[in-house]
Write a protein that binds this ligand. Structure first.
Ligand code: PEP
Length: 249
């Protein structure tokens, strides 16, 4: 069995009280299968509750959904890497499409955030993906490798960075990339990572975009996919417990 990552992005849902209840229901299904890892990305206010709720459970980690690149200071509303770390985070999502498209985050911002996450000893999970317009124009690989180049291309030396390929048109829409389309883009991402030698092996590349209980097995049958990043379908603890136990060919 190959190792697989199941990452749940709760977005702006699940406060600390709900997070404790969620984890009780989630762990009632038992421990996580050996070769699988589960990562939770709760809102910043719930990181500590999740860190406490997962303590002692094998292969389960918590991360921040975003971070600001300055370590501390007068930046009202922002969460820095060191603050997320202090709350118990081990990972940080960087450049999620909602950060890029709702909050106007740029490629240059993602580069600063990756650097800040690594400085705070958080493993970055860098999200990349094309819009529908870019896909229809045949620019998918150019866009995705351009986002990698902007966020990682200037790095000196190798760092452990996970990549999440999330086509923008597939997030929260009920439309997912076909397993073959996703595998093609993952192959291009893996090729870029190998050529540029800025990330440490083993390369972990997740697929995200309307992943659910029905399509997970089919997507993960493609060995280019090392796991999934899931929004909506991670919000119900019983469904999520079932999804992370999906039988994969
Ligand atoms: C996400 O938030 O990263 C995501 C992929 O959302 P959804 O699974 O709801 O499409």
């Amino acid at each position: 069995m190959r190792p697989l990552v199941f990452a749940g992005n709760w977005k702006m849902n699940v406060g600390p009280v709900e997070a404790r209840e969620y984890l009780r229901a989630f762990f009632a299904a038992g421990e996580i299968p050996h070769e699988r890892s589960v990562w939770f990305f709760p809102p910043a206010v719930s990181i500590e509750a999740v860190a406490q709720g997962i303590a002692g459970h094998r292969n389960v980690s918590v991360g921040s959904q975003d971070l600001y690149w300055e370590p501390k200071g007068a930046f009202t509303g922002a969460t820095s890497g060191p603050l997320a770390k202090q709350s118990g985070a081990r990972l940080a999502l960087i450049g999620h499409s909602e950060r890029r498209h709702v909050f106007g985050e740029t490629d240059a911002d993602t580069e600063k955030k990756v650097t800040a996450a690594l400085a705070a000893d958080l493993q970055p999970v860098l999200c990349v993906g094309e819009t529908l317009e870019q896909r229809e124009a045949g620019d998918t690989l150019k866009v995705v490798t351009g986002q990698l180049e902007a966020a990682l291309g200037k790095r000196d030396g190798k760092a452990r960075v996970t990549i999440a390929y999330e086509p923008v048109w597939a997030i929260g829409t009920g439309r997912n990339a076909t397993p073959q389309d996703a595998a093609q883009v993952h192959g291009a991402i893996r090729g870029w990572l190998k050529d540029h030698a800025v990330t440490a092996a083993p390369f972990v590349i997740l697929y995200g975009g309307s992943v659910n209980l029905k399509n997970t097995a089919e997507l993960l049958a493609e060995h280019e996919l090392d796991g999934v990043l899931v929004g909506g379908a991670s919000l119900n603890p019983r469904d999520w417990a079932q999804l992370v136990r999906t039988a994969v060919a």
